[in-house]
Structures are given as structure tokens and as C-alpha cells.
Ligand binder design. Structure first.
Ligand SMILES: [Zn+2]
Length: 157
């Protein structure tokens, strides 16, 4: 695995463990040249799950794409990379359980929003604003108010 700091191609694994849902193996590696440490995740190659986009085109399910959307929404929020990875994994699992290898991109967005909703208000509203393409600030306010109502209901349950 190429070192992200110096590009050297040899390293040693210093720690290896399954992630919470055991869907991935997380390895801590140490570069044999510069000695810096980095993390890799190992996943099972899934039977290709296809995403149906708004315009009807299909593309393979892409963890990285989803993670990048979540990362943007979580910028400067107290959410670890690991937690974000976990959301992607949970979403992936939820889709695999239900679908017959095809899922609407809208469904993925909804699932991510559901997870962020319970985790961080700011990240949630940010993600929602990109995902739902609010046309103006009213749409954004409406979403924030909806979140407030949801939280009140959640604490009453
Ligand atoms: Zn290195």
C-alpha cells in the first residue's frame, strides 16, 4: 500500500481489526521508509449494486461518492472519519437487504439524511440542502424547522 506521505510502497501492519459491523477490516499501517502511520479499509467486493439516477441512467454503487457527500456536510463538525465510514456501511447494508441490486439515488440520499439527522444538526441541514436542492432560503428554513419538530417528537417518545 503506497504511503500517503512519502509514496513508499512498503509498510507493515501494526494493527488489524474488524469495524463495528464487521463489514470491513481496518488496518493501521506504518510506512517502512518515513515511519508515519495511516489507515486502510478492506471490503468485500460486492455483487454490483446499481444506482438509478434521477435521469434514469444507472451507475454502480460508489461508496466514495457517498462518503464524499457526507464528508462535505460534516466539515468542521465533531464527527470522526470512522463514524462517516460507518454511515456509508449502514446505508449500504440497508440497501442490500431490501433491494434486488438496484436502488434509486433518492433512496440513498434519504438513508444518509436519516443517519445524519440523529447525529448532527448542522451536518444534516447541509446535506439536505445539497441533496434537496433548496431553491431559496425558505426551503432551508423549512427543513431546519422540520428537524426541530422531529427532535421534539424524538425526545417525547
Ligand atoms: Zn512514508
Amino acid at each position: 500500500m503506497k504511503c500517503p506521505y512519502c509514496g513508499y510502497k512498503e509498510d507493515r501492519v501494526v494493527d488489524s481489526r474488524a469495524t463495528q459491523e464487521e463489514a470491513a477490516i481496518r488496518r493501521r499501517r506504518e510506512c517502512l521508509k518515513c515511519g508515519k502511520r495511516f489507515t486502510t479499509y478492506e471490503y468485500i467486493e460486492e455483487v454490483s449494486l446499481m444506482v438509478i439516477k434521477k435521469d434514469g441512467r444507472r451507475e454502480p454503487f460508489d461508496r466514495k461518492k457517498i462518503l464524499s457527500g457526507i464528508t462535505k456536510a460534516c466539515e468542521k463538525r465533531p464527527i470522526s472519519t470512522e463514524k462517516m465510514e460507518e454511515i456509508v456501511t449502514q446505508v449500504e447494508h440497508a440497501i442490500q437487504k431490501k433491494s434486488d441490486r438496484e436502488v434509486l439515488s433518492a433512496k440513498i440520499g434519504e438513508l444518509v439524511m436519516e443517519k445524519l439527522k440523529a447525529l448532527d444538526d448542522v451536518a444534516y441541514v447541509r446535506f439536505a440542502s445539497v441533496y434537496r436542492h433548496f431553491k431559496d432560503v425558505d426551503g432551508l428554513i423549512e427543513e431546519a424547522e422540520e428537524l426541530k419538530r422531529w427532535k421534539v417528537r424524538a425526545t417525547q417518545e
